[in-house]
Design a binder for this molecule. Structure first.
Ligand SMILES: *Cc1c(COP(=O)(O)O)cnc(C)c1O
Length: 423
């Protein structure tokens, strides 16, 4: 057996993989020029200025066209977009929202910020929301489900939508980690009632900070626009929407996108297809090679392989201990992998677990719910088990063929080394 780098052997790769920022690593002159043009026009605000370029509008129109959905709204972040989405749906104090146990804290945080309370459902072998567990947390205080495709692997939207229809509740898609992902050929984000994208640094395309909200409903869209812009709907004439006149405006916030962000996002959006096809090509090669060479290695289940964008390969190891050895040994080989969220369901972070908010009496958790919301460590046992032993290999769009070969060889070497006599 080859000596592992972690034990002093020669590493599978001589240098680290490209940094895991798919959008940022393909940033270049196009983004620089687009941002510079906004600045030299002295018009960094989307709605007015001496010479507005309408870059946020151009981004929204392009996304609308490419996603096949009528309404798109640029926002300042995905967290902001989730709050806008929840408020657009009329969700607030006294409401519960179903959130998967495996997600970034922002999904649950946005629910609390909207004055509702998250309740958590377990995951299945896809490490996404398990539709079979929805019934367990369902009661008449639940108003929506937030589906979160984790790291490029689609949720089972068909079953989630069916459940939501049965109980007449909303579905929000938090597509932050999975821009470009599809279900049955349709873009995720356009399947539920409202979808939210992120352009933060870690995501598939990036502007550092930024996001977008998408919906088919004119009524939801109008509320989203108003909530994101102090209750105003400034470019109403751009859309043929007349649900509420100014007498019916709602109090909003400022979650607007700047023109600089819009300009950069439009260029990044233009690179999305290339990023996705490159990731998918590498991902297919790596996963095919590993499944034929390592028949014992379990992969994260993929419900819709055509919709999976291939940004990460999830490998499920037999135990948490082996998973930690596996990822540490791979890092020593210069093949960076990771275990998400400290290996724990998101409800285990102290601020959520103890239901601690910035408000008096832990508002909104103080609502006298008919069915009180309590969090316990073991409420989502499969998430507790699986998150801790799932190791993700990020698949960069800028890998070279040699990188791909070295990744395959390195994973085979480390898996055999770590599993050793364990079979
Ligand atoms: C990153 C992320 C967010 C938050 O996105 P921001 O644009 O940073 O606010 C929300 N949900 C998920 C699942 C994420 O991964």
């Amino acid at each position: 057996m080859e000596k592992l780098a972690i034990h002093g052997g020669k590493p599978a790769r001589s240098k680290p993989l490209p940094p895991n920022y798919p959008g940022a690593v393909v940033m270049g002159d196009e983004e620089a020029q687009a941002a510079a043009h906004v600045i030299t026009s002295q018009s960094p605000f989307r709605y007015y200025g001496p010479e507005v370029n309408y870059m946020v509008k151009a981004l929204e129109d392009q996304m609308s066209n490419d996603l096949g959905i009528p309404y798109v709204l640029g926002v300042s972040s995905c967290t902001a977009g989730l709050v806008v989405a929840l408020k657009a749906l009329g969700i607030g104090y006294g409401d519960k929202v179903i959130v998967p146990a495996n997600t970034f804290i922002a999904t649950a945080g946005a629910v609390v910020c909207s004055n509702a309370v998250p309740v958590f459902v377990d995951v299945d072998d896809s490490l996404n929301m398990d539709p079979d567990d929805l019934e367990r947390v369902m009661d008449d205080e639940v108003k929506a489900i937030i589906a979160v495709p984790i790291l490029g692997n689609p949720c089972d939207m068909q079953r989630i939508m069916k459940f939501a229809e049965k109980y007449n509740i909303y579905v929000i898609e938090d597509v932050a980690q999975s821009c470009g992902i599809k279900n049955n050929g349709r873009f995720a984000g356009t399947i539920g009632h409202i979808g939210v994208y992120s352009f933060q640094m870690n995501k598939i395309i990036t502007t550092g900070e930024g996001g977008a909200v998408v919906t088919r409903s004119a009524e939801i869209f109008e509320r989203a626009v108003r909530y994101h812009d102090q209750g105003m709907f400034r470019d109403k004439q751009r859309f043929n929407i007349h649900f509420s006149d100014e007498d019916h405006a709602i109090v909003g916030q400022n979650y607007r996108m700047s023109e600089i962000t819009g300009a950069v996002a439009l260029k990044q959006w233009g690179k999305l297809d290339e990023i996705l096809s490159s990731m998918k090509r590498h991902y297919n090669k790596i996963s095919q090679a590993l499944s034929s060479e390592l028949p014992g290695l379990q992969f994260r289940k993929v419900t819709d392989p055509l919709g999976d964008i291939g940004s990460n390969l999830g490998m499920i190891l037999p135990t948490q201990d082996i998973a930690e050895q596996f990822t540490n040994a791979l890092n020593a080989e210069n093949i960076n992998t990771n275990i998400l969220y400290n290996g724990k369901p998101i409800y285990m972070v102290p601020q959520l677990f103890h239901q601690r908010t910035a408000d008096k009496n832990n508002f909104p958790y103080d609502y006298p719910f008919k069915h009180p919301v309590k969090y316990t460590e073991d409420m989502c046992p499969r998430a507790v088990d699986l998150i801790a032993r799932t190791v993700y290999l990020p698949v960069s769009p800028v890998l070279k063929e040699q990188d791909v070969e070295e990744i395959i060889a390195g994973i085979i070497k480390v898996y055999k080394g770590v599993m050793g006599g364990r079979g």
